[in-house]
Design a protein around this ligand. Structure first.
Ligand SMILES: Cc1cc2nc3c(=O)[nH]c(=O)nc-3n(C[C@H](O)[C@H](O)[C@H](O)COP(=O)(O)OP(=O)(O)OC[C@H]3O[C@@H](n4cnc5c(N)ncnc54)[C@H](O)[C@@H]3O)c2cc1C
Length: 455
């Protein structure tokens, strides 16, 4: 039966768009989540057009076949992991980007990489700000589906802040075009916003109109080291109260050592934590902002404070921060946390994570988009040791519970995906879970869109 069904789809899309060989499907089964095993997909579909996505969804709803949308597979919550018997719908061949300098927009297909949108915008002196640390690997479709954040979000906002229009193919294959090249538009319910961050559970994004802004001013980068993460976090709270830097990242001592083990970036291995702070304030305001940040760091017990106006040198520190996830992957299997708390609770969440690591006898290096209160503690464990697995799972749950108890969230930017779906009711409670279920059922009555993710 499944062979006939796939043959029917091949008949509609042509052979090149439907992959069924096990070897060829292998590279589409996983995302960047190492803690969960993927399933065995029925087929991988690689459409070239929105029409082909519509045909795939019409076919899937006709036969009740589940569909897992997939961008570049860099997700850290298992959102695009293959599901047994489902079709993985990879948007990797839909990569067109058209920049319109007059409206300061880019009309993009979902498979375009974030980095390529930035490059295309830069050719017109424009900038697409959202910058996940994976920006050179991840797709705009994935960014939209997870409402991705990044390093400059502390000043410039997240993906949702740059979306003016979306083309979405619904579960039954119908296409809706929401919004467009207009800065303001409040006609009707804000449906566009519903799809941003919906993790492939409500529809397939096949096109987006993104807002671009003028290129940023030159930046200065400041690096300050601290005896421990809590002192660094108190500094973040003080900086955030008075200033608006364009980057405010934290790495704890274990994170510093993980990236230095990968490659020598010249970070101080003995520091308990470091802050990476950037200012792109215009003109002399930048010098004043950097001086004020340095003063606050000193006031909060910084061990060293260094700053540079050299763009390449500043970029090297940002590269060290971006290398974190890959560096920690070398230490073992990893459960990726993405908890967020109100910024003033940052010292408490970091102290709590340190206690949880000690209590469970685990290495949990932490980086944070600290200015947003968004922490990435990575729970490292040995997947071949059942005791280590049990301790890691317990620590993973404990960290999410800690964030909720501080008025926070289980995920600031990576999404719930499959690895945090169990914890979602604890954060949202029964009423919001029921409302979420009603929205899901209205848009996807057969439950074929990304089953197991979020809900
Ligand atoms: C080294 C590293 C650093 C990272 N740093 C950050 C960071 O700073 N900030 C951040 O937010 N994330 C970060 N991430 C996580 C990841 O890169 C983001 O979640 C990214 O947005 C995923 O994009 P993707 O194209 O890889 O999507 P995928 O992993 O393929 O998919 C992610 C989710 O989106 C859905 N999806 C994908 N495309 C579509 C579509 N067209 N329509 C509907 N649903 C779709 C999938 O079903 C899945 O649920 C990092 C990951 C790595 C490996």
């Amino acid at each position: 039966m499944s062979g006939d069904v796939v043959t029917e789809l091949v008949g509609e899309l042509g052979e090149g768009a439907v992959v069924t060989s096990r070897a060829a499907m292998e590279s589409y089964r996983r995302d960047a989540t190492t803690s969960t095993q993927p399933g065995a997909p029925l087929a991988v579909v690689r459409p070239r057009t929105t029409g082909e996505v519509q045909a795939t969804m019409r076919w899937a709803s006709r036969h009740g076949i589940a569909v897992v949308p997939r961008g570049a597979g860099t997700g850290l919550s298992g959102g695009s992991l293959a599901v047994d018997g489902a079709v993985t719908l990879s948007l990797d061949r839909m990569t067109a980007i058209v920049v319109d300098p007059d409206t300061r927009t880019a009309v993009v297909e979902p498979g375009a990489l974030n980095a390529d949108v930035k490059k295309a915008a830069a050719e017109h002196g424009l900038w697409y700000p959202p910058d996940p640390a994976s920006f050179d690997l991840c797709s705009i479709g994935g960014n939209l589906a997870t409402n991705a954040g990044g390093l400059c979000c502390v000043k410039y906002g997240v993906t949702a802040d740059y979306v003016l229009g979306l083309d979405v193919v619904l579960a039954d294959g119908a296409l809706v075009a929401l919004g467009g090249k207009r800065v303001k538009d409040v006609a009707g319910l804000p449906l566009l916003r519903l799809f941003v961050g919906s993790e492939g559970t409500l529809g397939i994004i096949t096109g987006a109109t993104l807002r671009l802004v003028p290129a940023p001013a030159p930046a200065s980068t400041l690096v300050a080291t601290f005896p421990d993460p809590v002192a660094a976090a108190r500094t973040v709270v003080a900086v955030g109260r008075r200033l608006r830097p364009s980057m405010l990242e934290l790495m704890d001592g274990s994170a510093i050592n993980a990236v230095e083990d990968l490659r020598s970036f010249g970070l101080d291995r003995d520091a308990g934590a470091l802050l990476l702070i950037r200012s792109d304030a215009p003109g002399t305001a930048r010098t004043a902002e950097v001086a004020e940040v340095a003063r606050i760091c000193d006031e909060h017990g910084a061990l060293t404070v260094f700053h540079t106006d050299d763009a390449d040198e500043g970029e090297l520190f940002a590269a060290a921060r971006r290398a974190f996830a890959g560096a920690v992957d070398r230490r073992g299997t990893v459960l990726h946390e993405d908890v967020g708390v109100p910024v003033p609770r940052l010292p408490e969440v970091l102290a709590g994570i340190r206690d949880i690591a000690a209590r469970h006898g685990l290495d949990i290096p932490v980086v944070a988009h600290a200015g947003d209160g968004n922490c990435h503690p990575l729970v490292v464990y040995d997947a071949s040791d059942p005791d280590s697995v049990a301790r890691a799972q317990a620590a993973f749950q404990a960290i999410m519970r800690l964030a909720i108890s501080l008025g926070g969230t289980i995920t600031g930017e990576h999404g719930v995906g499959r690895i945090k779906a169990q914890a979602l009711p604890e954060q949202l409670g029964p009423d919001i879970m029921a409302l979420t279920r009603r929205v899901k059922d209205a848009l996807d009555p057969q439950g074929i869109l990304n089953p197991g993710a979020v809900l």
